[in-house]
Design a binder for this molecule. Sequence first.
Ligand SMILES: Cc1cc2nc3c(=O)[nH]c(=O)nc-3n(C[C@H](O)[C@H](O)[C@H](O)COP(=O)(O)O)c2cc1C
Length: 450
Amino acid sequence: MNPDQKNPHVSGLEPENSGQNEPDGVKLKDWMDRKNPARPKAEKIHPTLWIQGQKSSSLAGKTIALGVTGSIGAVRVVELARELIRNGAEVHAVMTEAAKHILHPDALHYATGNPVITELGGRVEHVEFCGFKGRADLLLIAPATANTIGKIAYGIDDTTVTSFATTALGSGIPVMVVPAMHESMYRHPAVIENVVKLKSWGISMVGPKFEEGVAKIASNEEIVLEVERALGNRGLENRKVLITGGSTAESLDPIRILTNRASGKTGRELALEAYRSGADVTLVHRDRLGLAGIREVFAESAAEMTEAVLSELENGYDVLISSAAIADYTAEPSPEKIKSGGDFVLKLKPTRKLIKECREKHPELVIIGFKAETGVGKEELLKRAAVTLEGTKLDMIAANDVGKGGMGTEENELYLLGKGEPRHVSGNKRKLAACILEEVTGILNSRQVL
Ligand SMILES: Cc1cc2nc3c(=O)[nH]c(=O)nc-3n(C[C@H](O)[C@H](O)[C@H](O)COP(=O)(O)O)c2cc1C
């Protein structure tokens, strides 16, 4: 089945504007079709699958066998399945007997739109999904109990989920395991050894997250991101990408700061998209993303960000994407709180130019910059961007008129200006990040050819 057949809504990275007077996340045409009694009824899709591909098409055409075992973390899996589907995946759940004591299979039937496999029969479901030529692109075991991890490590095959694991490991279908248990269980020497053994077989582990004495199931955001990375295009595999994001803050006194309206969404989406594409990603910002796969370096002021980036680059990177709105001016901070009530004159001095210093020290590095202007037409914006591109020896510049939006908003409009014709891109910041990284991949690949 091709992705379009599976999901008529998937058209790109985001759904089109859904219009007015329609339920959230449902496109107008689909809504009208449903209201029209004369509509063809050929679509045999479970009603809960109307969400498929509504967030992105990153998993379109991918079939995920979701193994659910008897951890209390199973209560989180309904929403996990929905998130995978929102990103385009087709999900088939497989539950162990113990899992059925925690979550009723009907909940996962509803969530996935597919009957849940609770026992193996003449259909040989484990072979159908995870054998040679199996339907599954990935076996995701979430949550995975200490018991199931141990059984997989020793090739024991006496539950639905362990049979899926046996066939997947034998046929080469990727397996991802998301452990969840009390921390005391996770610290058992056998469990530690079993986890190491599973990793040595190429099984990827997501989490756990240690909190309140529990080795908790990883967040849905983290699991979906790891699935997207595992099943993604891998266009940036073995590439090291350094990204700056958000605003900087210049200290005026111990309490007050001078900052700007950048939200950090672009930097965050760039980091996520680079990670999905298989890159080794470091994000320098004054925020916290908190996803295990993405390395974060905290930098508050323009000076700290410049220092952090220069020192990171010493570790060897392929790309720097400088999306942070770095302060152009800074002040000498007062050691004490500045008194209120009277006039106050602030003397500002220019900050160091991060891109200029990076280019001087790293002539071979691919550097992508951003140019924000206000109230200029397209021609003038492109002219100014071209001057900056040339003057700073950037490989590409993303230019936008922030007077029209972009700072702190969900959507933006950019001109990507490099060697060829400028590319105009618009949409949500995830889509824009994907376009930028597509260009970055092209630049890196063209260098390899030369
Ligand atoms: C309410 C409840 C919660 C449980 N939570 C966990 C858990 O989070 N992790 C775990 O490894 N075992 C947990 N167990 C124990 C497993 O259910 C038990 O080891 C079972 O044999 C696992 O079987 P399975 O791996 O085939 O699903 C829990 C048991 C109960 C009754």
